[in-house]
Design a protein around this ligand. Structure first.
Ligand code: NAD
Ligand code: UGA
Length: 461
């Protein structure tokens, strides 16, 4: 299967949201490289080899279909693949630790360390190991110590190459990245390994967008990038609370503020709160690192970004409760969207999960609709099996509801016939727009009591 004519063989351990799309794009852009992706989950690998990929990402199916079996291979033979490949990306999950020291804050590095040990025990020749997962700064040092602990004579060069793709736009982010970052040791070998990786990306990324740095800067830059992005969202969300008190409009404020090119207009959309598998985990990791190094003030500063996000989610539910006459018991509430953002089926840390659980605690009846995330929503809420309805069609989902809460900014929710929806709902009908994507004035004219984020509510009662 593996043609000898390939210039290099690349392996990625971890076939998740990062490993799968990243390697598919590398394979598509580098036909002279053989790319193999392995995972401990046989189910995931089977899906990567099937017509229904394990993740939904616009444009990904086409790419995988074009290169799979040519120079992109998905396999469960981790040990064989380690032996065979020269460059090994590690893209396993690094969730927040749930036990022991640092529980709820630090990164859980068990999957990462297991992989390092497995590489060490299977390798028969020198390897370049590429950190693709997001890791605490100085993890490369730990990796090097594990890899060299047996004095096998095999040389390992560890590089840091964090991934900046966002879900829903993974393919375009990978095809046209703002930058690629590669951190390497400042030794001759380290720099040679760095050049190998630069050569891969240079197949399609302009050289001046491939940044190289020392390895610790690279590891830290990933955590800091996510912290800065999340900080922008928490800043505008914090201001949305003030807007609701003062009749200022958060969209107008964001537009005025964002026009300043030093601030920039992106990531200033007020929302029910940011979600996703990484922002919270990476900031908590940063906070933990700061506390570890005794810089409490810095830790407190970044902790504030997460605290505002929790506040924003709680505030959203409290607004629903207060506006619906302080009781939600027995009321039917329809969640429009469950994914943590549009164009993905991923529900990890979705604000919708928090909102659903709080509404259930108030004894509301919940109906969830989402074009891609219902399967994951069912898994997330399996403890509440039987009391939640999952409905594909948004019109059917909203029929008979007392309220709709927009949780995800799917464009399809902008295009629905809200007169039809209103006619089928209970009275008074409420609409809470957790993404500020709908035409609030129009909805109010139809008869809804409309509660946007960071704007005056438009009510009839
Ligand atoms: P994921 O959970 O989707 O995928 C990780 C995969 O690794 C899983 O399929 C799991 O089975 C596999 N795995 C775990 N241990 C393994 C082992 N010992 N051997 C082989 N496979 C193993 O996670 P993800 O979202 O792809 O994230 C991976 C890393 O990339 C994380 O560190 C994350 O912070 C970072 N990251 C994620 C995103 C994103 O958008 N999801 C973006 C940038 C960076
Ligand atoms: C984020 C970063 O954008 C990526 O660069 C990074 O690689 C990735 O995390 C990671 O390390 O995992 P992602 O979480 O996939 O990507 O999606 P984002 O577009 O950043 O959105 C995150 C959350 O913030 C979503 O819930 C989104 O709805 C919310 N958001 C985003 C807002 O509430 N307002 C905004 O203005 C922008």
């Amino acid at each position: 299967m593996r043609a000898v004519s390939f210039k290099r063989k690349i392996l990625c351990i971890g076939a998740g949201y990062v490993g799968g799309p990243t390697m598919a794009v590398i394979a598509a852009k580098c036909p002279d490289y053989a790319v193999t992706v392995v995972d401990i989950s046989a189910e995931r690998i089977a899906k990567w080899n099937s017509d229904r990929l394990p993740i939904y990402e616009p444009g990904l199916d086409e790419i995988v279909r074009a290169v799979r079996g040519q120079n992109l291979f998905f396999s469960t033979d981790i040990e064989g693949a380690i032996k065979e490949n020269d460059i090994i990306f590690v893209s396993v999950n690094t969730p927040t630790k749930t036990f022991g020291a640092g529980a709820g804050m630090a990164a859980d590095l068990q999957y990462w360390e297991k992989t390092a040990r497995q590489i060490r025990s299977c390798a028969e020749s020198d390897k370049i190991i590429v950190e693709k997962s997001t890791l605490p700064v100085r993890t490369a040092q730990a990796m090097e110590r594990i890899l060299t602990a047996t004095n096998s004579g095999i040389h390992f060069d560890v590089l840091s190459n964090p991934e900046f793709l966002a879900e829903g736009t993974a393919v375009s982010d990978l095809e046209s990245p703002d930058r690629v970052l590669i951190g390497a040791r400042e030794t001759e070998r380290g720099q040679a390994a760095c050049r190998e990786l630069v050569d891969i990306y240079a197949h399609w990324v302009p050289r001046d967008q491939i940044l190289t740095s020392n390895i610790w800067s690279s590891e830290l830059s990933k955590l800091v990038s996510n912290a800065f992005l999340a900080q922008k969202i928490s800043s505008i969300n914090a201001i949305s609370a003030l807007c609701e008190k003062t009749e200022a409009d958060v969209t107008e404020v964001a537009r005025a503020v964002g026009k300043d090119s030093r601030i920039g207009s992106k990531f200033l959309s007020a929302s029910v709160g940011f979600g996703g598998s990484c922002f919270k985990k990476d900031i908590l990791n940063l906070v933990y690192l700061c506390r570890y190094y005794g810089i409490e003030e810095v830790a407190d500063y970044w902790q504030g970004v997460v605290s505002i996000n929790e506040y924003q989610k709680r505030r959203f539910v409290m607004r629903m409760l207060n506006s619906m006459f302080n009781t939600l018991a027995g009321k039917k509430i329809c969640l429009f969207g469950f994914a943590f953002k549009a164009d993905t089926g991923d529900t990890r840390e979705s604000a919708a999960l928090f909102v659903a659980q709080e509404l259930l605690a108030e004894h509301a009846k919940i109906v969830i609709t989402d074009p891609q995330a219902l399967e994951n929503a069912r898994i997330d809420l399996q403890d509440d099996d039987g009391v939640i309805d999952y409905v594909d069609d948004p019109y059917a989902a909203a029929a008979g509801a007392d309220a709709i809460a927009v949780m995800t900014e799917w464009s399809l929710y902008r295009e629905l016939d809200y007169e039809r929806i209103y006619r089928a709902m209970s009275r008074p009908a409420f609409l809470f727009d957790g993404r500020n994507i709908l035409d609030h004035k129009r909805l109010h004219e139809i008869g809804f009591n409309v509660y946007p984020i960071g704007k005056v509510a438009l009510t009839h009662v």
